[in-house]
Design a binder for this molecule. Structure first.
Ligand code: TEU
Ligand code: CA
Length: 547
């Protein structure tokens, strides 16, 4: 592919900074840690890194509550280090995407602090969404909107004179007040943030909650059933996926396109269906969007095939490449999802899965097959740190360690997202597995002792390891002319088996059934996710073949 088109087929590795590698020994990952592991990332064979928020933040939502968009959190490093890191990553051939969080700021952002101090009716309040309450004394929230993390989406403030006053909107935690996207200063400030990081050499942004930002005039009530499990259930939702968003994206695209080297966007948009998602990636808007339908599909051939066909068709129709994601920092790791009985509906929250412990061996076998499936599909793909090590969800973190706000806000019923954010095991026989230097503080979340089998060092020398599979697959993908951007063609196959070809000369077959099946006619095995049984493809196994 032409270098200006790199994003159409890129494999992007998601770096969750706090849990990737600890350079200074305080028990939290940081920029120095990522720099020290750049050779690992380059040899893995990915094309780009997406760095989760690394900006100054009180960390009420792990950095998605930003108090300064154009600086680096001191616990992660300095701006000079970030600049050096970006340049160094480029030397390793790795592009850098950052996280843009335009829907809200931290409640410690100077704008919000000034809004609190300035009082009702002030221009400072106009940058956020403040409203008087309902009820006789304004003691009821202004409307029925719910926070994604549980409870009302409104919090009442104490006015500068000490009286209970207005309410402000937060679609996430109370520490994340929503910005008012009708306000020209809000729009201008985010564009300034884009330019700031583009000027430092950043290649693009992942757009947090790209389906948020714009709210319907008058903030109409949701009423019952306005939200489905995967996003807005209605086309005219009061605060998700609104038509007015697309004007904002067109402005951002113009900023990106004003740079000589392409700068790109990927939307995090939880929307109702693929047709709605395709609206985010029209030619003059965002370049790509995460495909959460794939992430949410159970390990079942019929579900996966439907999602693949729909994604390719709807995004293909607007000329955008598809993307594929198996896990990220918000969902249960797929080894643990696939290691459980598979439901007949989309799923990604721990609460939606059976309470029984997963069969990790089964989950790992399926995760290997899923990696070969994903990396053979047309378009780009995302690898969440630890996917390449086959890490599972740590479901038994001690409650006193849990930090994710969803745990508290759910009334302690949902264990939250900490279980997929546990620090990576790099080397050694016991925790902390060289997460930091020798005398480092204990990592911020404890790692399971059983990860001794899964350290990067242990897997590097084991040819049947998850890491070895990812390395081989990414190497083949990089050189094979059929892989990356393009189309696929399905072969006739039994119901539980997916077989497709990519031209020229490539076939992928995945057995999601319970009995071995014959391999399709081929000219040689390129790579298999597990042992093949004398010309047969065993259950929960995938294979790449030369056609
Ligand atoms: O996530 C947006 C979002 O809607 C998901 O958080 C998802 O619905 C949620 O994880 C279910 O509990 C983005 C970030 O990825 C997430 O980490 C942030 O917490 C959130 O935005 C707020 O910025
Ligand atoms: Ca550190």
């Amino acid at each position: 592919a032409a270098t200006s088109d790199w994003w159409r087929s890129a494999v992007v590795y998601q770096v969750y900074v706090r849990s990737f590698a600890d350079g200074n020994g305080d028990g939290q990952g940081d920029i120095a840690g990522i720099r020290s592991r750049l050779p690992y990332l380059a040899s893995l064979g990915v094309d780009a890194l997406w760095i989760n928020p690394w900006y100054p933040s009180p960390m009420a939502d792990a950095g998605y509550d930003i108090s300064d968009h154009r600086a680096i959190a001191p616990e992660f490093g300095t701006l000079a280090e970030a600049e050096a890191f970006i340049a160094e990553a480029h030397e390793f051939g790795l592009r850098i995407l950052l996280d843009l969080v335009p829907n809200h700021t931290s409640d410690q952002h100077p704008w919000f602090q000034r809004a609190l101090a300035a009082g009702p009716g002030s221009p400072e309040r106009a940058r956020y969404i403040f409203r008087p309450g309902c009820g006789t004394d304004g003691e009821e929230p202004p409307n029925d909107w719910r926070s994604v993390f549980g409870g009302s989406a409104w919090t009442r403030v104490t006015e500068p004179d000490g009286t209970p006053g207005e309410w402000y909107l937060h679609l996430f935690a109370p520490e994340q007040p929503d910005l008012n996207w009708e306000h020209p200063e809000v729009r201008a400030d985010v564009e300034r943030t884009l330019r700031f990081w583009f000027d430092l050499g950043v290649d693009g942004f992942r757009i947090d909650v790209a389906h948020g930002m714009v709210k319907a005039p008058g903030l109409p009530a949701l009423g019952p059933d306005a939200d489905g499990p995967a996003g807005p259930a209605t086309a005219n939702h009061p605060h998700w996926d609104r038509d007015e968003l697309h004007d904002i994206f067109r402005h951002w695209r113009a900023v990106a396109d004003s740079y000589p080297e392409p700068r790109v966007f990927v939307a995090e948009a939880w929307v109702g269906d693929p047709d709605r998602l395709a609206r985010y990636v029209r030619g003059d808007e965002l370049h790509t969007a995460f495909n959460f339908d794939f992430l949410r599909a159970p390990w079942r051939a019929d579900h996966l095939r439907t999602v693949i066909d729909q994604s390719c068709a709807t995004l293909g129709a607007v000329g955008a490449p598809t993307t594929w994601v198996l896990s990220n920092h918000d969902v249960v790791r797929h080894v643990s999802r696939y290691g459980r009985p598979q439901p007949d509906r989309p799923v990604h929250m721990l609460a939606e899965l059976t309470a029984t412990a997963p069969d990790l061996e089964l989950g790992t076998r399926r995760a290997k097959a899923a990696a070969l499936l994903m990396l053979a599909l047309p378009g780009g793909a995302y690898v969440y740190q630890g996917d390449e090590l086959g890490l599972w969800e740590v479901e038994d973190l001690p409650e006193e360690c849990l930090q994710d706000p969803t745990w508290r806000r759910s009334g302690f019923s949902d264990r939250g997202r900490d279980g997929c954010r546990v620090p990576l095991p790099w080397d050694g026989d016991e925790p902390p597995f060289e997460f930091g230097p020798a005398d480092a503080a204990t990592p911020w979340l404890p790692q399971p002792a059983a990860w001794r089998e899964l350290t990067a060092a242990a897997q590097a020398t084991r040819p049947d390891s998850m890491l070895a599979l990812y390395r081989s697959a990414l190497r083949i993908r990089r050189h094979h002319p059929a892989l990356g951007d393009g189309t696929l063609r399905w072969f006739d196959s039994p119901d539980d088996v997916l077989i497709f070809s990519r031209d020229p000369g490539f076939i992928c077959a995945v057995n999601l059934g319970t009995a071995p099946v014959p391999l399709p006619a081929h000219a040689g095995v390129l790579l298999a996710s597990g042992p093949l049984d004398a010309g047969l493809l065993p259950p929960d196994t995938a294979v790449w073949l030369a056609a």
